[in-house]
Design a protein. Structure first.
Length: 113
């Protein structure tokens, strides 16, 4: 994986059942306005927002429209019964080895869980 980010966020909250993503969005926008490259990995219950089926929250739609790269953990999708083919096209599914590469190549790793 050839991606180098200034910051990578690990996001683990379901966007359907809380305000965590609404609190994170202004921070990400601020970083993007400063020219920082941002990657976001949806993990744990955060993968619920990766589905292209069912209700898509406003906050997840806003996240998808930002100029950052979105990833979702395949094992977490599987654990929550979300078929890989239902992953939104703007979000790249990855395995643990790819996550390790992303974390290793990023300057900062921020856990939002």
């Amino acid at each position: 994986m050839e991606q180098n980010f200034d910051m990578i966020y690990l996001f683990g909250f379901s966007p359907r059942y809380g305000n965590e993503l609404n609190r994170l969005l202004p921070i990400i926008r601020n970083h993007l306005q400063k020219g920082r490259s941002i990657g976001i990995v949806l993990i744990h219950d955060g993968v619920i927002g990766a589905s292209s089926k069912g209700k898509i929250t406003t906050s997840m739609e806003q996240l998808r429209n930002l100029n950052c790269k979105l990833y979702v953990m395949k094992p977490d999708l599987k654990a929550r019964g979300i078929p890989l083919e239902h992953t939104h096209e703007a979000i790249k599914p990855i395995e643990y080895a790819e996550l390790v590469d992303l974390l290793d190549s990023s300057q900062k790793v921020i856990s939002w869980m």
